[in-house]
Design a protein around this ligand. Structure first.
Ligand code: NAD
Length: 375
């Protein structure tokens, strides 16, 4: 079996193979190919390439001859035109928005796995790329915000005066939110957090932060533990409840997402303007519609001295570690379903990990939600 790792797009510093995972693949006699133009900072991977243990090929050659193609970002329609039938393509696929792309994969009978759709189960944790990247994104959000803030985060008692700790408010306490809280606490900030799932209160407190209580009435969850969308009335109540906390915060980090739907708009322009000039807002949901009114993808917007950061690739700010954990997710996924006897990936369609994360196989949609939305 051979696996090809194509070059990512120009603004992507992460990669889906590392020297460490390359060695693990090679031990299983899986042949590895990387696109010839990629430059690596990874000494071990460079060494494997120099000694031809990992081979280099042109993009077109790699795409057309691989059994499996792995990347972070999805392939383009032009790329897919070169991929042969029954090849497996693995990446973040954004399958609910990339309707044309997944239809093309299905029609060309190319198999595909969407890393977003790996289920949140104990067995699948080692393949959970949403979590591995969200964790680093939460960290990066705090580091970037503190770089833009004109204040220090910790309290300092000096002969020249006492500096009070900066206040950080984290909205949405999933994987990214928890890491943002932990990072801001380690840097000495005073941290508050809110989530519509009240059960996260204990996790927030265990990190030394305060949980902001807002009575929204009944809030629902999916069977996978994701929050469901709030009603317009509940969003209004949430905004009222968060107004005061936002206005007294130096940094607001929003991570609120609702699976498969646009992110809820929970911070209004009025709430931003009520913050002190010099404050910073990081909208971590900017790619899926944004939690903050006025945030823009890939831009820093200045509203009356308050910066709204719309960085779309926060894990990419720490590419070495983001690549390390993503490459591990990829290796663990292939390893879990690699059948050494026949030297190929085995599509066990009664395995709940595969029935969730496979988008297309043998000319059909496999994931239930993708199937429902596209048939
Ligand atoms: P996510 O990125 O989908 O959403 C981020 C957070 O935003 C969630 O905590 C959600 O409740 C919250 N949110 C939604 N609407 C909101 C609103 N209006 N206001 C404030 N917050 C709002 O979440 P995630 O990080 O992918 O985690 C989702 C769930 O999956 C969590 O329960 C998490 O602990 C769980 N999880 C489980 C596993 C596992 O068991 N293997 C792995 C990862 C995550």
């Amino acid at each position: 079996m051979n696996v090809f790792f194509p070059k990512e797009h120009i603004n992507e510093a992460r990669f889906s193979l590392t020297g460490e995972t390359a060695e693990k693949f090679l031990k299983k006699n899986i042949d590895l190919y990387v696109e010839e133009t990629v430059q690596f900072q990874d000494a071990l991977l460079n060494n494997l390439i120099e000694t031809a243990k990992v081979k280099t090929v042109s993009r077109q050659q790699g795409l057309s001859s691989a059994d499996i193609i792995c990347s972070l970002n999805k392939l383009s329609l032009d790329d897919i035109a070169h991929v042969k039938q029954d090849t497996l393509v693995v990446s973040f696929l954004d399958p609910f928005n990339e309707v044309e792309l997944i239809s093309e994969l299905k029609n060309r009978s190319i198999s595909s796995i969407s890393m977003e759709l790996v289920p949140r189960t104990t067995r699948a944790q080692k393949m959970d790329a949403l979590s591995s990247q969200a964790n680093l994104a939460g960290y990066s959000a705090v580091i970037i915000a503190s770089n833009h803030l004109e204040k220090a985060l910790p309290m300092m008692m000096t002969a020249a005066g006492t500096i009070s700790p900066s206040k950080v408010f984290v909205v949405g306490v999933g994987v990214a939110g928890l890491q943002a809280i932990a990072t801001a606490k380690r840097l000495g900030a005073r941290v508050e957090a809110f989530d519509t799932r009240e059960e996260v209160e204990d996790q927030v407190k265990s990190l030394g932060a305060r949980f902001v209580k807002i009575d929204l009435g009944e809030t629902e969850k999916t069977s996978q533990g994701y929050a469901k969308a709030l009603t317009a009335d509940q969003i209004k109540k949430q905004q009222e409840g968060m107004k005061k906390v936002c206005s007294s915060s130096d940094i607001v980090i929003t991570t609120a997402q609702v699976f498969g739907r646009p992110a809820p708009k929970i911070i209004t322009a009025e709430m931003v303007e009520a913050m002190q000039p010099g404050s910073v807002v990081v909208d971590m949901a900017v790619s899926s519609g944004g939690n903050v009114e006025g945030s823009k993808k890939g831009e820093i917007v200045d509203i009356k001295g308050i910066k709204i950061i719309g960085n779309v690739n926060l894990p990419g700010e720490v590419p070495t570690h983001a690549s390390q954990v993503y490459a591990n997710n990829i290796f663990n996924l292939i390893d879990e379903f690699y059948n050494e006897e026949i030297a190929s990936f085995s599509y066990n369609l009664s395995d709940e990990i595969l029935t969730n994360c496979i988008v297309t196989h043998k000319g059909e949609f496999i994931n239930k939600s993708v199937k429902e939305r596209n048939n």
